[in-house]
Design a protein around this ligand. Structure first.
Ligand SMILES: Nc1ncnc2c1ncn2[C@@H]1O[C@H](COP(=O)(O)OP(=O)(O)O)[C@@H](O)[C@H]1O
Ligand SMILES: [Mg+2]
Length: 261
């Protein structure tokens, strides 16, 4: 199996602050990773590097058999699907749902004068259908509920048929039903052998979709633990990462944690 990500001693320093501290990390084809850690641990920063949106200050970031810094990122980025709040914020208020998905094929967030093939339109429609959003395709993105918006963003991230799918807190802001719906859909995607390698960022164990295979635990920019999910999500590791004694439950493929009293 070839390497999707191969990070060696990746560090990011900004304004004298170490956001990532010598992170080693390997993601192989077919793997589904969760990046977990408290607020400010460096999860988004790590995902930005994996998406070719940021360069490490030190270390080497291998992405899809290319080395960041020696490759044209504009050729690399279409091979990676990314859904994040930062990207969603760039979507123009009146953009239609269909265009939000369609414009991903040009790496744009708003439709301008570019022409799309019928094939692209069919793929966008198909993805919206898969994510339960086809009846919304002519609606303004801004008019959707948070859960609907999240599903459109994932459809968009899949538009270029990427080899790597990066999701930064896809369940943030969802109510309980919305979260459960999304977790089930992501679990289904994780089980699809045709689906790309996946990396999902969250700070809630309850948001980890069944079928995710690996986890990376971050704290203060450093790796607490990394590897097969059941070896990583121990009470000891999670308590260390979140700096609070935790009871961890694992039942029916789902994870949850509460503070130990
Ligand atoms: N440009 C920057 N300069 C200084 N600090 C930054 C910069 N960008 C992010 N940070 C800080 O780096 C830390 C890690 O950020 P981030 O990767 O967004 O964490 P997470 O996604 O785990 O919450 C945070 O404390 C954040 O405030
Ligand atoms: Mg973040």
């Amino acid at each position: 199996m070839s390497d999707v990500l191969e990070f060696a001693a990746v560090s990011v320093v900004r304004g004298g602050k170490t956001l990532l501290d010598a992170v080693d990390w390997q993601v192989k084809e077919g793997e589904r990773w969760v990046i977990m850690g408290p607020n400010g641990a460096g999860k988004t920063t790590l995902l930005q590097i994996a998406g070719g949106r940021m360069h490490p200050t030190r270390g080497v970031a291998g992405i899809l058999e290319e080395v960041l810094g020696t490759v044209d990122v504009f050729e690399l980025r279409p091979r990676i699907g990314l859904a994040s709040a930062a990207l969603a914020n760039q979507i123009p208020e009146h953009e239609t749902v269909l265009n939000v998905v369609l414009t991903a094929s040009y790496g744009m967030t708003g439709r301008w004068r570019e022409k799309y093939e019928k094939l692209d339109e069919r793929r966008a429609f198909r993805l919206l259908h898969d994510w339960g959003m086809s009846t919304f395709m002519n609606r303004n993105f801004a008019s959707l509920s948070e859960g609907e918006r999240k599903r459109v963003q994932i459809a968009r991230a899949l538009m270029t048929d990427p080899e790597l799918l990066l999701l930064d807190e896809p369940a943030a802001g969802l109510d309980l039903a919305g979260r459960e719906d999304l977790v089930a859909r992501l679990s289904e995607l994780a089980a699809d052998e045709e689906a790309p390698a996946m990396v999902l960022v969250t700070h809630h164990l309850e948001e980890v979709p069944p079928g995710f295979t690996h986890a990376l635990l971050l704290r203060d920019g450093g790796v607490v633990a990394s590897g097969p999910i059941e070896e990583v999500f121990t009470e000891e590791n999670l308590s260390t990462a979140f700096d609070v004694p935790l009871n961890v439950q694992h039942d029916g493929g789902r994870w949850s944690a509460t503070a130990r009293r």
